[in-house]
Design a protein around this ligand. Structure first.
Ligand code: NAD
Ligand code: ZN
Length: 243
């Protein structure tokens, strides 16, 4: 892949960079996107019927088992060269913010520090009653109980119909407004409000680059569209800009 010289030269000078990642960056780890993951026993369910507060109220064990399956897949795989290239980027850029829609926790696991997880983390659980308890998810077939109030513990992810964590969202917005370069990586750009961040960056004068296997609805609006695997393009980018 030929990375445009203009992009390389721009990034060399940039001190404020914001990055948004989606399920695509974890595809090369072997984690499937939402829809592809519905195989075997789970094929008869739609994610929209499992990843909701209503679904958990109706049949907590069903939802718990589905997340256990997804969490096990995350635990069996690991971060890939795309995640590690972003760790490198954080080391090289003075003000670097990594905004992710992924729940796999791979950015932190790879070593990224300034990570904003907009959709939560599947490797954690929190109190269903909202008393504030958050814990690491221990291996458990049965739904664990909150040590403080006795309610069920549930996956610490944002479900359909729930609002995003306000603090992370505000920080993401701020980093986007201040960014000189904004990279949108492996996201279809359909899920709001993350989808609008790239447009916000552009309006404030940042250059916007997209790294994706395929064109997305964002593609016509970006300054640079790099089509290919993020696990190949990101290490190459790091090498060409800072190598
Ligand atoms: P998406 O599934 O809508 O889109 C994934 C994008 O990645 C697509 O545009 C695809 O072309 C691209 N892609 C696939 N393989 C790639 C590769 N190797 N390199 C670069 N790009 C590649 O994902 P989304 O935009 O993140 O939105 C889906 C929602 O599902 C999110 O809200 C997220 O929380 C959730 N989700 C998360 C995970 C995870 O944590 N790993 C997995 C599945 C779904
Ligand atoms: Zn509680």
């Amino acid at each position: 892949m030929k990375i445009p010289t203009e992009l390389i030269n721009y990034l060399k000078k940039a001190s404020r960079v914001a990055v948004l990642t989606g399920a695509g960056i974890s595809a090369e780890s072997g984690l499937k996107t939402f829809r592809d993951s519905q195989d075997g026993h789970w094929a008869k369910y739609r994610p929209e019927d499992l990843a909701t507060p209503e679904a958990f109220a109706r049949d907590p064990k069903l939802v718990w088992d589905w997340y256990t399956m997804r969490r096990n897949k995350v635990a069996e795989a690991s971060p890939n060269s795309g995640h590690f290239a972003l760790v490198e980027l954080e080391r090289l850029i003075p003000h670097f913010t990594l905004i992710t829609q992924n729940v796999d926790g791979y950015h932190r696991q790879a070593g990224s520090k300034n990570v904003l997880e907009l959709h939560g983390n599947i490797q954690k659980v929190k109190c269903y009653d909202g008393c504030g308890v958050v814990e690491d998810w221990d291996e458990d077939d049965n739904i664990p109980r909150c040590p403080k109030c006795g309610a069920y513990l549930r996956p610490d992810v944002v479900w359909f119909g729930e609002s995003l964590p306000l603090d992370a969202l505000e920080k993401a917005h701020q980093a986007t407004l201040e960014s000189q370069a904004f990279l949108s990586i492996g996201t279809s750009g359909l899920v709001q409000p993350a989808a609008s961040l790239a447009h916000t960056a552009r309006q404030k004068g940042a250059i916007v680059a997209e790294i994706n296997l395929d064109p997305t609805p964002l593609t016509p609006h970006v300054d640079f569209a790099l089509h290919g695997k993020s696990g190949e393009i990101l290490p190459q980018l790091v090498e060409e800009v800072w190598g």
